[in-house]
Design a protein around this ligand. Structure first.
Ligand code: COA
Length: 277
């Protein structure tokens, strides 16, 4: 049976506590431009449960499988992160058919992970593909990537959180422009408006992303979780409450072993050996 999600663990030798890994998920339906069908959603949700309960997993990277070798008389498939939800699963469906799927989907499962997530986009990230990238904390893309929310062309709107996450990330005006037009955005604009964090050459993307993920993996895993939680709180809380939430989490870190380890290591000019507590 088709393995629609490939999982690879990369050890991070010089991270502490020992055993740290970066997990890479590869969306693996290259013949369908890695379109997100039901099966991929199920696999991603399962993987979210696994990585959440595995203390060794420090960072998750999501990418799309590269296009398959071109067969004779066929045209070359383009490179993709994911070209959206699988449109073939929409035909003939009514609201009762699709509601259960959209109420328990992979976009929210990824969004709800307590660990840092990075979308590594090399090619098309459209519709649910852009939304999956938006569910990650950070987006790195190759120069040939294209983003967009073309659901409007199907008589739909984004259903994986795109309307809300685009507004929060880019602001109301850009979200309107992208969703109402359905137009694709290249990486010059994506970088300018903050849709992606960095752009590099296709052949350098994996190295750059893994290097960055390893840098995060070397921090205290406890402190990283707290940082992510507090930054996320800014999306839901009024400003003053957000500042109070930050203060409360900051102060609580003074009761952790890792704060003492980090401060001592700095003063002694050594590398910190985190306990993760
Ligand atoms: N769902 C299901 N299948 C998809 C898909 C999707 N979102 N996007 C692409 N595919 C399939 C195509 O049907 C085609 O399958 P086939 O070779 O078996 O016929 C294959 O992937 C290659 O796509 P194709 O359209 O032939 O490639 P292209 O280079 O001509 O165009 C895109 C690339 C990305 C512009 C085009 O595929 C596209 O517009 N995709 C849909 C994007 C979209 O609307 N996403 C939002 C979904 S809610």
């Amino acid at each position: 049976m088709e393995e629609v999600l490939l999982v690879e663990d990369i050890p991070v030798e010089d991270a502490s506590p020992k055993g740290a890994i970066i997990t890479i998920w590869t969306l693996n339906r290259p013949n369908k431009l890695n379109a997100l069908n039901n099966k991929i959603h199920e696999e991603i949700k399962k993987e979210c449960i696994r990585v959440e309960s595995d203390d060794n997993v420090r960072v998750v990277i999501i990418r799309g499988a590269p296009p398959p070798p071109v067969q004779e008389s066929e045209k070359q498939k383009p490179s993709s992160f994911a070209a959206g939800a699988d449109i073939s699963e929409f035909e003939g469906k009514n609201s009762d058919d699709v509601r259960p799927f959209f109420e328990d989907n992979a976009w929210e499962a990824v969004w709800n992970l307590s660990k840092p997530t990075i979308a590594m986009v090399d090619g098309f990230a459209l519709g649910g593909g852009t939304e999956l990238a938006l569910s990650c904390d950070i987006r790195f893309a190759s120069e040939k990537s294209k983003f967009g929310q073309p659901e409007i062309n199907l008589g739909l709107i984004p259903g994986g959180g795109g309307t809300q996450r685009l507004c929060r990330l880019l602001g109301y005006g850009k979200a309107m422009e992208i969703i109402l037009s359905g137009n694709m955005i290249g990486t010059d604009e994506a970088l300018k408006i903050g849709l992606v964090n960095a752009v590099c050459k296709s052949e350098e993307l994996a190295e750059y992303t893994i290097y960055f993920a390893k840098e995060i993996a070397k921090k205290s895993p406890h402190t990283i979780k707290v940082a992510k939680r507090v930054i996320r709180a800014s999306l839901d809380l009024p400003f003053t409450e957000g500042v109070l939430a930050e203060r409360s989490e900051f102060v609580a870190l003074f009761d952790t072993e890792d704060k003492e380890i980090g401060v001592k290591a700095f003063l002694e000019r050594k590398d910190p050996l985190w306990r993760g507590e």
